[in-house]
Design a protein around this ligand. Sequence first.
Ligand SMILES: NC(=O)c1ccc[n+]([C@@H]2O[C@H](COP(=O)([O-])OP(=O)(O)OC[C@H]3O[C@@H](n4cnc5c(N)ncnc54)[C@H](O)[C@@H]3O)[C@@H](O)[C@H]2O)c1
Length: 327
Amino acid sequence: MDKIKVGIVGAGYIGGVHASVLARDERVRLTAVHDTIPERAQQLSRATGAEVTRTAEELLERVDAVYVTTPNTRHTELAASAARAGRHVFCEKPLATSLDGARAVLAAAGGARGVFQVGHNRRFAPVYARLRRMIREEGAAPHSAHVKMNRGELVSPEWVGDPEVTGGFLYETTIHMFDMLRFLFGEVARLDAVGSAHEYPETDDFSVLLRFESGVHASMCSSADASWLFPFERVEVFCHHRTIVTREMESLTDSSGLEGRHTTHSVHQLSKEEKWGYAQEDRAFIDSIITGAPALVTAEDGYKAVELVDACYGAVRSGEPWLGTRN
Ligand SMILES: NC(=O)c1ccc[n+]([C@@H]2O[C@H](COP(=O)([O-])OP(=O)(O)OC[C@H]3O[C@@H](n4cnc5c(N)ncnc54)[C@H](O)[C@@H]3O)[C@@H](O)[C@H]2O)c1
């Protein structure tokens, strides 16, 4: 079998993570890399043997599949044009930083002949994959949940505080948890949110209330003006006389009955690439290309996550809840 020729557009942090996972996949040949800062592309080229291209268009001519790993507000055009050109596309989250942008990529991916996968890596993280199995397959039957996703600051790296680059704080890391809530509990029927701004020139602190079509309800808080006290990411799921709690992507604790007994499943021995699901999502993308199986995180999933972030900003602005798309 010919190796799948893969190109990377955006040779920064996460481009490097995917490159290092893909370099160990025998089914793949890293062929090309492009970055608007040529030195970054050259650095990744030296590490992987991939050729540097002057433009993204040139890169597309040389590959079967492309990773779009540019900053948030630079995904839409690149991902849509790669899909239209018939390439398999792995687009980092967020799919886009506006509903219009997300619709445009969704349309391009819908008409494309290649696989289109979005980088919501947490779905593949063993802690969250296990939590989903407990809920969807092993009868955990939650009635409610609480999610926390904090960032200590919007200072470092410099671009995290620039909405021109991020699209807004919620599009950065918090969007993972909107996707996670759908992954665990299904479609959202209603969302309300309150937000405030403090040190930074954007809304940086959110309290969100969600009701799902399944009847489950959840609260989420996400602040970018806090501290780096761990855990900054946590999901608590409440069931009949049972609580299941995650701590970062490190461990899951399950407490059943009323005696306070609990068991903790820890994945601390795994590499970060596996703990965070990067290795598994890249493997799944290549699997889909080879077998023709649908992507495990589709453009529609990416769109729905953008829709929830957009709904959250809308609810903060208007003071009115978002009533889902089926109401
Ligand atoms: N799934 C995750 O856990 C995860 C983790 C980190 C980052 N990300 C996402 O990956 C993306 C990149 O984040 P990062 O931390 O690697 O950022 P980064 O700044 O380290 O890298 C981005 C790179 O893209 C380059 N670039 C900018 N515009 C470009 C363009 N138009 N064409 C080609 N290259 C361009 C920059 O020069 C830079 O080298 C972001 O969307 C981010 O949200 C996801």
